[in-house]
Design a protein around this ligand. Structure first.
Ligand code: PHE
Length: 445
């Protein structure tokens, strides 16, 4: 079975694909408004610390499991830890469906907004008008569904091309494009009069806004942004060859992800401040506040569509990766062909995305435990399933795989100090910290 497993064309291809997975709506849509709601610079500092300690350790842990076992999340954990641990892999596969159910809905909006921005439909500087337009669009029945369907077809076509010829090839083109677009937007944002206040908001820490909730928000954001805790990086790691080195690759992935989040903040906050809008506008920041700012700025008619194109590209390379754990599970363990698996998984995701989309206003009463279906899926994935998956992965690698993990990481060379530090974090630091924050974010504490 292992000999026929697909692999990346090169290690650079892996880095691009994994960075493509990490950089997504999480960086460009979620990060700026989450930072805005949680105090700007102080949030950024806490976020960076969490990424440096937990993000790096868990990314390395997941990629290493994949590389060593050359299997999907379920098969990998079954091989290293037995039947019970394989359930953690299964949790990851299921989490992917939950994430995609709302991810493709938001991605569909971004596709629609390319057209809206290009046609001039958004040319108002009044956030109230744009808010009404946004509500009317996301609250309608068919249109958001059709855009989600269109987006899902793009995802399915890419994934069915396979690992090297589908996923890797798409990422090698789309990731440089994404960074170019992002840089162009930042350059433009920084030339605006009054942009300094936005930069200061993002970079100057104000610790009076920090509470326990800031930490759980930063943690949830970090895992979501790095695609951790749901088997995605594990699966991408399993397409490396068994002896590919991991240090440089994982550091590059983390750096690119953090860079993209900061650049997105620098593209958005100066615009928000220069035109006197509210940085704490929440999830609507991207779809309501920004178009208002685009309408008010010179060249906005071109910048607007470009921005939404950028979001779509970022969402595409991530959505591909959210589907991949399920694909590799069904092809490895059940022997399905890739095409058939992609078709079935994409159909299931689309079905799940229907109530998500309709709960934005088209149909009343689509709620789950007191939240709209959309928010319930987002909360379940981001605040419950991914942190739980990450916690269990840390415990597994730290305590169950333990010395085996160190040997696998060292690959025959002497065990380095940083490898020991890594295991120490997975054993003693990550589990209690993740547990605490997990209880906080689920409302138990
Ligand atoms: N990291 C992606 C983003 O920031 C989302 C994602 C989550 C991708 C989980 C894969 C797995 O948008």
């Amino acid at each position: 079975m292992n000999t026929s497993r697909e692999h990346w064309g090169s290690r650079l291809g892996f880095v691009m694909a994994a960075a493509g997975s990490a950089v997504g709506l999480g960086n460009i849509w979620r990060f700026p408004y989450t930072a805005g709601e949680n105090g700007g610079g102080a949030f950024l500092l806490i976020y960076l610390a969490i990424v440096a300690v937990f993000g790096v350790s868990l990314l390395l842990a997941e990629v290493l499991i994949g590389r060593s076992t050359q299997r999907n999340p379920v098969g990998a954990l079954a091989r290293l830890g037995g039947r019970w641990w394989s359930l953690v892999g299964l949790l990851g596969v299921l989490t992917g469906f939950v994430i995609l159910s709302f991810y493709v809905v938001v991605a569909g909006w971004t596709v629609a907004y390319i057209g809206f921005a290009a046609s001039g439909a958004l040319s108002s500087t009044d956030p109230a008008t744009l808010g009404a337009l946004f509500q009317a669009f996301v609250g309608s029945f068919w249109s958001p569904l059709l855009y989600a369907l269109f987006f899902m077809v793009l995802v399915a076509l890419t994934v069915s091309g396979g690992v090297a010829r589908g996923i890797e090839r798409a990422n090698k083109v789309l990731m440089p494009l994404l960074f170019l677009l992002l840089l162009a937007l930042v350059a433009h944002a920084l030339t605006l009069d009054g942009s300094g206040a936005g930069v200061a908001f993002l970079l100057q820490p104000d610790f009076s806004k920090v509470t326990g909730a800031t930490f759980s928000a930063a943690l949830a954001q970090a895992f979501f942004s790095l695609s951790l805790g749901m088997g995605c990086m594990l699966t991408y790691g399993s397409y490396l060859s068994a002896h590919d080195r991991l240090g440089v690759a994982t550091t590059s992935i983390i750096s690119l992800d953090v860079l993209a989040a900061i650049l997105a903040g620098l593209a958005i906050m100066p615009v928000v401040f220069a035109f006197g809008f509210n940085p704490e506008a929440g999830a609507g920041l991207t779809f309501i506040t920004l178009p208002a700012a685009f309408a008010a700025m010179p060249g906005g008619a071109y910048i607007g569509p470009l921005f939404f194109l950028l979001l779509t590209v970022a969402a595409l390379t991530s959505a591909i990766s959210i589907l991949e754990p399920a694909i590799s599970f069904l092809t490895d363990e059940r022997g399905w062909t890739r095409r058939r698996t992609v078709f079935v998984c994409a159909a299931v995701c689309l079905l799940l995305s229907v109530p998500s989309s309709l709960s934005m206003g088209a149909v009343d009463g689509l709620t789950l435990v007191g939240r709209s279906f959309f928010d319930a899926m987002d909360f379940a994935a981001t605040n419950v399933m991914m942190p739980l998956g990450a916690l269990l992965t840390a415990v597994f690698v730290g305590w169950v795989w333990g010395a085996g993990a160190l040997n696998a990481l060292s690959d025959g060379r002497p065990i380095a100090w940083w490898a020991r530090a890594w295991l120490f974090v997975l054993r003693f630091v990550a589990p209690p910290a993740l547990l605490l924050i997990f209880l906080q974010s689920t409302g138990v504490l």
